[in-house]
Design a binder for this molecule. Sequence first.
Ligand SMILES: Cc1cc2nc3c(=O)[nH]c(=O)nc-3n(C[C@H](O)[C@H](O)[C@H](O)COP(=O)(O)OP(=O)(O)OC[C@H]3O[C@@H](n4cnc5c(N)ncnc54)[C@H](O)[C@@H]3O)c2cc1C
Length: 368
Amino acid sequence: MKTSTDVVVIGGGVIGLALARELDLRGCDVVVVERGRTGDESSSAAAGLLSAQSDAESASPFFDLARESRDLYPEWAADVEEETGVGVGWRRTGVLRLGSPESLERFAWQLEAGLPVEPLEVPEIGRRSGGRAAPDFRHGIFFPDDAVVDNRRLVRALRICLDRRGVEVAEGVSATRFLLEAGRCRGIETTASTVHSRAVVDSAGAWANFDETLPFEIPVEPVRGQIVELTDEAPFPTVLASDDVYLVPRPNGRILVGATVERVGFRKEVTAGAVAGLLTAALVLAPSLENARVSDAWAGLRPGTPDGLPIVGESAVPGLYLAAGHFRNGILLAPSTAVFLADVLLGGTGGAPPLFSPERFVESARAG
Ligand SMILES: Cc1cc2nc3c(=O)[nH]c(=O)nc-3n(C[C@H](O)[C@H](O)[C@H](O)COP(=O)(O)OP(=O)(O)OC[C@H]3O[C@@H](n4cnc5c(N)ncnc54)[C@H](O)[C@@H]3O)c2cc1C
């Protein structure tokens, strides 16, 4: 492994890989350090929903960021596909959210703001869902611009981008400590060697707070999510969502049923209760899945933060940058995070809005 570079990126999930690619495209020398294998953690566990609008209950800087990132996707995904020849499965399927008129009321602001949303009733719900939605659901909202991507193929493709471009990706190597000298971060110590650099980016997902010798905490904690995969050959044209579950169609008749949100520490078991709960909610939403085959189930650890928002930007230690805490939206936010942080690192004019800055957690200084 190189012992000196311009930027070290810790963690080869979707965030670290997307950032490393963006930095390399802009001529920056980058090394990625990955404890296991790239893409194997939360970024492979995700459902690949790019749901900027169908989860947004109010206008906010986060909503703007999510929408911007979703809208970067078609071109970004096409570039990655062209570089690698790997299809990443980006599709504008739309999301059809179903519920009572009262529960859907929280999305009415989008209609008033002139955003693309389509309130639906029966029989239009049946048509949009390809006959999948339960007839009990008589009200819905269709978000035509929300999309999906095959996140496992995406992380594989991003890795190939880096390999083709000659970016060093050190797998099986853990970052153990930030190298702090005269109040600046000047590299990292790893299980393999020390790497000196102008800047270090911590994009270690749920493990971002790995260095206990830092003078402040990085307030990221694991939030488990479980998914059950069903296989059913009949068409499933759009993402269906209720307040309890979402159903995401993938190629080859696969449908992802997700996802739990559990604060249980660094545990990735698939549990009977979660599987039962997800399947019950799935059959309420789409009863025609009753005879679908259960083809897989898995769990992953989302990087959660106290306010549910990502932490992107330079930390209180100059030279140490964070790209962490993307919680339920890291796949969605990967392109915009890469662009924002590359702008910041390379001294451009951009940068994440203050709402996402690490500075909002300055009170998280370590005791003692
Ligand atoms: C069930 C589930 C469903 C989800 N659905 C969606 C969705 O539909 N849409 C969406 O946008 N998001 C979704 N997410 C969230 C999304 O998966 C995450 O926000 C995103 O993957 C975070 O990416 P990351 O690169 O920060 O983390 P990760 O993918 O976890 O990558 C972090 C990497 O850092 C490495 N690492 C850790 N410690 C060290 C160290 N000390 N040294 C070196 N490497 C280290 C890890 O091995 C890992 O590879 C979902 C998550 C789950 C669990």
